[in-house]
Design a protein around this ligand. Sequence first.
Ligand SMILES: C[S@@+](CC[C@H](N)C(=O)[O-])C[C@H]1O[C@@H](n2cnc3c(N)ncnc32)[C@H](O)[C@@H]1O
Length: 206
Amino acid sequence: MKLKQLEGLLGSLEQFSHPKIELEQYPTGHHIASRMLFSAENSFGDIGDKVVADFGCGCGTLGLAAALLGAEHVIGVDIDVESLAVASANAEDLEVDMEFVQCDVRNFGWRGQIIDTVVMNPPFGTRRKGADMDFLSVALKVASQAVYSLHKTSTRDYVKRTVLRDYNASSAEVICELRYDVPKLYKFHKKKEVDIAVDLWRFVPK
Ligand SMILES: C[S@@+](CC[C@H](N)C(=O)[O-])C[C@H]1O[C@@H](n2cnc3c(N)ncnc32)[C@H](O)[C@@H]1O
């Protein structure tokens, strides 16, 4: 599938109608999501014919992109039942298969097929400190091949040091730096959206 076609399909997906701020529910835009998954597949071969898990899948954007790019099986994990219902409807609309698991990622106990690749846009940890690193810690235990994740650029040194020292990563590479619009989370933010710098990472588990 061509990049533009993937971007178009992701742009048609239903997203959070009443986002829960405490869960940091903001969608990955179709421009970023399509490029994230497209480079995971075309630069690294981490998607096609792989078992892919989407942690904090929300309305399913990243996992569905993996399915459209030929993943063998995709598992979407989220704590929020309402998001999973939207993700499931999105999968039906796209006519692709995706399995859904409702749980807190920190308690994810998977007994199914070996997961090759985890893709995720975790909470940045603005509402619950450390949420971003909790996702990374579990993803690096579960994935056998690679983890793709978005993190605030301001945390770059901390992320790199922690995953290599404590989280079972053998390598941690920033693939690119992006501008990301998040809805304002605090009353003192004057603008409706805040534009922040975000790193797209690729981690390889040991
Ligand atoms: C930034 S949104 C990303 C949503 C979606 N992956 C996307 O890219 O559009 C973060 C997602 O993580 C979910 N989430 C937050 N904390 C969670 C937890 N502890 N366990 C599982 N999911 C969680 C939220 O419900 C939300 O869907």
